[in-house]
Ligand binder design. Sequence first.
Ligand code: ZN
Length: 422
Amino acid sequence: MLPDQDGQNTGGGGRGGGGGASEDPSTALFREYLRLKTVHPEPDYDAALGFLGRISEELGLPMKKVEVCPGRVVTILTWTGTNPALKSILLNSHTDVVPVYQEHWKYDAFAAVKDAEGNIYGRGSQDMKSVTIQYIEAVRHLKAAGKTFPRTIHLMFVPDEEVGGQKGMETFIKHPEFQKLNVGFALDEGLANPSEAFTVFYGERNPWWVTVRCPGSPGHGSRFVENTAAEKLRRVINLFLDFRERERQRLNMSECFTLGDVTTVNMTMVNGGVAYNVIPAEMDVSFDIRIPPTVNLQEFEEQIKAWCKEAGDDITYDFAQKGMNQKTTSTEDSDPWWSAFSSTCKSMNMTLKKEIFPAATDSRFIRAVGLPAIGFSPINRTPILLHDHNEFISESVFLKGIHIYETLIPALASVPALSTEA
Ligand SMILES: [Zn+2]
């Protein structure tokens, strides 16, 4: 391991927990959290719960634990506002991380090594353990400064985001304990931005995982059998991939398009056949399709139906996943939450880039129940390395993110009572 570097001190106050004596305590806490192996397929969630229990004591904030599924606990730390009847602010983060291919990493992915340039390497350094610690440290600093705000602030830590959220946010959002949080506005994860700007996400594409089944006449592999499964399969693949190419062109043609604005199609599985000399009675092909909120989903399914019909007789399709929620969060200046968020960022001279998230996060469950959620990770000047080898964040970007939340959280928690709250 290379020697630690000193970051700028943000005045976090002394406490125990990892790192060198001279290291910024926020950085030390972040590196300690990175070392917890909350990695799939068997995340050490007990380690995360122990860690959060200690944070609850340090911050003097009560902790609630809700076991939404066996072994899957949602943890909430609550800082009650001076007017707790108002809708609350939810700062959400997931505790789990995706697996690593350790042989492709420069350092142990769970050692939280900080190199000579101050880059901190670790699985979760961008997605999203940095954000978790930034929320915690911002709240710690605000509490230490004696601040209070009208709105209640909940720090929520959820399991299983990286495996679809079914045993995490998707279940918890329907739980009576979630209702009790009385959430008005939520922040959740975003993505790093390699430029000076920060990306914010106000919606997500819907994932459709579809399998197209092509039945055909079986027979001996030596003959010209009519109506084979493979002929139909070929036409299905061509129709789906021709559409893929048109969308790819559309993305490349327009300067103002991002991945979140077009539909992606990828052929991910092919199944069928039993032997070299037997023409199979069925062949199947599966696609991962991601559809932006601007696309009419009924019309898109009609298109799939039409492709299947065009490709041959008796072709059917079914969905393993079919997201139908196209709710987006308002980014109009007239929206009080967005206005507080964006004007505060502007006051810090931050440039925001509004985008549709190309993949899926827990924000989709929050938006699905009609609550506004912005996906935002305060990580600029950093390559997007989530789920990638050598995921890192620089210490200076990490520490700046704490300052950003120290300004953002008070603004959001001080949004005046809305007309619906009066
Ligand atoms: Zn994430």
